[in-house]
Each structure stands twice: as C-alpha cells, then as structure tokens.
Design a protein around this ligand. Structure first.
Ligand code: NDP
Length: 458
C-alpha cells in the first residue's frame, strides 16, 4: 500500500490538470506539492498577467481611435501602482480558484518543495516523506540571463509584474515571444523602448513575411530595434544602467530586461541519481507517453521542453492521467499546434511557414508550394486615421495535394482568428475547403476564404 497513487510535483497548468483528472476521473489518491504560488508560470508570472498588461497597453490607441470616431475622449496619465494593485488582486483570485479546484477534486495540497528519494518515495522540504505509486514532475521552467558582465543588473519577465515604478527608458534583450511582447507592452504604456537581438530579424522561426510585418509595425510605434547586436557589458551608472553593445555603442537605460529563453526546472530533485534522463538543455527526457526512463516517474510541461505552451502542458497532463489512471492510453498530440504572439499587432500562426514548407517539400521531392497572401489596411484603423496599420492573411498550400500546410495572420485579433483557422487546418482542410466557405462580411478574416490566386509558387 502506498500513501498516494500519484504525487505531482508542481502546481502549474500541467500538474494541476493531471492531478484533477487522476483524482476525479481515475479514482486515484492524489497529492500535489508546490513551493511557490499555485497556478505556476502561466497564471502567476506569465500568460495571464502578461495579457492583462497587453490590454492596459492598448488603451491609449483605443482612446485615440475613439476620438477619431467622434468621442470626446482623452487617455490621461497611466497609474502603474493602481494597475499593479488590481493585477495583484486578480492573481490572488486566480490562485485561489486553482487551489479550490484541486481541493474540490479531493487532491491533498502541500505548500512545499518536494524531491524524489527513490522511484516510489517523495520527500518534502519539511522532511516529511510519502510512499507513492507514481510521480509526476511538472515543475516548469524559469527565465535565464546568459553570462554577461553586470548581468545581475538585469531583470527577467518574472520581475516585470512587480516593478515598483515603470521605467522611462527600457532595454529588452532577445527577439523571441517574451522580448517582443514586452517591448510592445512597455511602449504602449509610454516607455521609451530599445530592443537588442543577436540575430538578423526578430521572431525567428515564424513566417518571414509575418515577422517582418510585426517588426515593421513595432518600429513604426517607436520601438528602437537593433538586430545583429548583443549586450557586451552592463554597468551601474549615476543615471541608470549603461549598456555596452557588441556594436561598440554605449546606451543608457533605467531598466534592462532579458528575455533570452527559459530553462527547465529539473535540478535539485534527485532525478538524475535515480536514472531519469536529463537532456543537454536540462530537460527531463520522456517518451511519447511522458514516461521517463524510471517507469514510475513521468514528466509533463515546460520541464520536458517539448512545446513550451500552457495548452500543450495541459494536454500532456491530461493524456498522462488518462493513460495511467483511466486505462485509456493517450499520447499528447504535438502536431499542428497553433500559437499567438501578443505583440501589437498580434501574430497568430499554425503549421509551416513559407520557408519551412519550401524546405520540407524540396527535401522530400514533393513539388512546389503555393502562397496565398493578402496585406491590407483594415477599415477600423483606417477610419481612425491610422493609415500605417496593416493586416496580413497568409495561407501556405501544398500544390500537389492542395492541403493547407500553414496559416499566418498579423493584425488585431490574430490570436482569436488563428484558433478557429486551426480547427480547419487540423482537420486537413484543402484550399478548396477554404474557398467554398462563404465569407462573413465585413470582417478582416473573410480574406482567408476569398484569396483566389496564389501570389507566388515557390
Ligand atoms: P524564445 O526561445 O522565444 O526566445 C529567446 C530569444 O533569446 C531568442 O531571440 C534567442 O535568439 C535569444 N537568445 C537566446 N539565448 C541567448 C543568448 N545567450 N544571448 C542573447 N540572446 C539569446 O524564448 P522566450 O524567453 O521569449 O520564451 C520562452 C518560451 O515561452 C517560448 O519559446 C514560448 O514557447 C513560450 N511563450 C509563449 C508565449 C505565447 O504563446 N504568446 C508568450 C511567452 C512565452 P535566437 O533566435 O538567436 O536563438
């Protein structure tokens, strides 16, 4: 007899889902340990507070638009303290909701760090130990600052939600999801923003046309983007932080935020000593069932560094619970996962970029790719006099099968739009399926079903 059928380490999206399903639908006796706040990165220091900051940062533009639409409106001054207070209240509410979900599901919660003693034994920081049949590691990841002189002066996304005051001048280092999103948030809140990215163009991995358009719009909003430049050194000076770039220039900021990727939280739990494989990036190595090399130990979510997105962690946690506790063997599906970057404008994406599709088809000798793409000025912002605002609708189609391999949308609501396009693409839609769908007019997304001729065949 074990104390618990399942012991989950980590109360984030993946761990909480697995614990709840194992308990309520699998009839398992479940415990969950979380050393920080319940809800994990997404709820406490990621997606949720980030999205609320995105909303806050979009208000000045909305108010300016309101004026153009005939309203007597002015945005006034942004009170960071008031916003932060409201954000804290909302995060407390969400944390409470996560906690009560678990308690209502019959899961025992331990507010403590846990480590694995042997394949069937877990120890809390208090010294308390439990015998357990299965262990699920769902400890997520954390942002990291690369080795750079003065690196300790920089903050990461973790600290951005707790700033005492907004800076006047901020440097964002990196060119991925988090860097691009925070650059836009800060700019929208009135901060002077500079971005430094070591590569040639930000948002590497996304469709070139789409990311080029996002970068162009960010520059048009006043974000000073320096590509091909990295930070050589940071130094505290009287006026703030002096940053020496690899281009030789020195610039001064009040805040430097690094968004140079995240590392899996796999250390200090005794996993390696037990024979659990740990990869080069620190990720817990698992098979398609999320099982490690030690049969009683599983891992889901960012700690496995597969696709680091909340909904993916949730699916992995659910699939694990179905497999191990409900007798329904289920693999998490990592194919055709849509995602959105909440920049301004947003970027929504699913499937292959134009470049990846061309590369894949030529490697497999599968013929050309047809590109359907429309870029235009949406009526809402055009009427408001924002003549530079454009949207992009793009479909990447395999010419031989006519299957839609990818969809890329840039513009307001791109995250919402890509979610719906993703259903069709996941179902294997062809270009003809899009074409025979009657448009909803007047919308931005109707363009997805009205693009008749490819703009190029590559
Ligand atoms: P990303 O992997 O998206 O981006 C990391 C960036 O930092 C890249 O531009 C990378 O450059 C650069 N970089 C990496 N190492 C160094 C280094 N040593 N020196 C300088 N630059 C470096 O990571 P993020 O931190 O932005 O986000 C982590 C993950 O979280 C994302 O991959 C995503 O899965 C998830 N996320 C999802 C969001 C969403 O769905 N909206 C929002 C936020 C995060 P290079 O391109 O050259 O490698």
């Amino acid at each position: 007899m074990f104390d618990y059928d399942l012991f989950v380490i980590g109360g984030g999206s993946g761990g909480v889902r697995a614990a709840r399903i194992a308990s309520t639908e699998g009839g398992a006796k479940v415990a969950l340990a979380e050393e920080s706040r319940m809800g994990g990165t997404c709820v406490i220091r990621g997606c949720v507070p980030k999205k609320l900051m995105v909303f806050a940062s979009e208000m000045p533009e909305a108010v300016a638009d309101a004026r153009a639409y005939g309203w007597d409106a002015s945005v006034g001054v942004f009170d960071w303290g008031r916003f932060r207070g409201a954000l804290d209240v909302e995060l407390d509410r969400l944390e409470g909701a996560y906690r009560s979900t678990l308690l209502n599901a019959g899961v025992t919660i331990y507010d403590a760090r846990a480590a694995v003693v042997d394949p069937h034994r877990v120890r809390l920081a208090s010294g308390e130990e439990f015998s357990v049949k299965h262990i699920l590691v769902a400890t997520g990841g954390r942002p990291f600052v690369p080795e750079v002189p003065g690196g300790e002066l920089a903050v990461t996304s973790n600290e951005m939600f707790q700033l005492e005051a907004l800076p006047q001048r901020a440097l964002v280092v990196g060119g991925g999801y988090i860097a691009s999103e925070f650059a836009c948030i800060l700019r929208g809140l009135g901060v002077q923003v500079t971005m430094m990215y070591r590569g040639a163009a930000i948002l590497r991995g996304f469709d070139d046309e789409a990311r080029g358009m996002v970068a162009g719009a960010m520059v048009a909003r006043g974000i000073d983007i320096h590509c091909g430049v990295d930070v050589a050194r940071l130094e505290k000076v009287a006026g703030g932080i002096s940053v020496q770039g690899t281009d030789g220039a020195a610039r001064e900021f009040d805040l430097v935020m690094y968004a140079t990727g995240r590392k899996p939280n796999s250390g200090g739990m005794g996993l390696e000593a037990l024979g659990v494989g740990i990869g080069a990036r620190g990720q817990v190595l698992v098979d398609e069932w999320s099982q490690t090399a030690v049969p009683s130990i599983y891992a889901v979510g960012d700690v496995t560094d597969r696709i680091n997105l909340t909904p993916v962690a949730i699916r992995e946690g659910h699939a694990f619970a179905d497999t191990v506790f409900r007798g329904v063997p289920t693999k998490a599906d990592h194919e055709l996962v849509a995602s959105a970057v909440f920049t301004q404008p947003e970027l929504g994406s699913i499937g292959l970029s134009e470049q990846a599709a061309v590369g894949q088809n030529s490697a497999e000798g599968r013929g050309p790719i047809e590109i359907f793409s429309a870029s235009f000025r949406p009526m809402r912002s055009l009427f408001a006099g924002r003549t530079e605002a454009r949207v992009l609708m793009k479909l990447v189609v395999d010419q031989a099968s006519q299957r839609v391999l990818g969809c890329h949308i840039v513009g307001p609501g791109a995250g919402e739009m890509i979610q719906l396009a993703a259903i069709a693409i996941k179902m294997g839609a062809t270009k003809a399926d899009f074409d025979r769908t009657v448009a909803v007019h007047p919308t931005v997304s109707e363009e997805l079903v009205t693009m008749r001729k490819p703009v190029r065949v590559v």
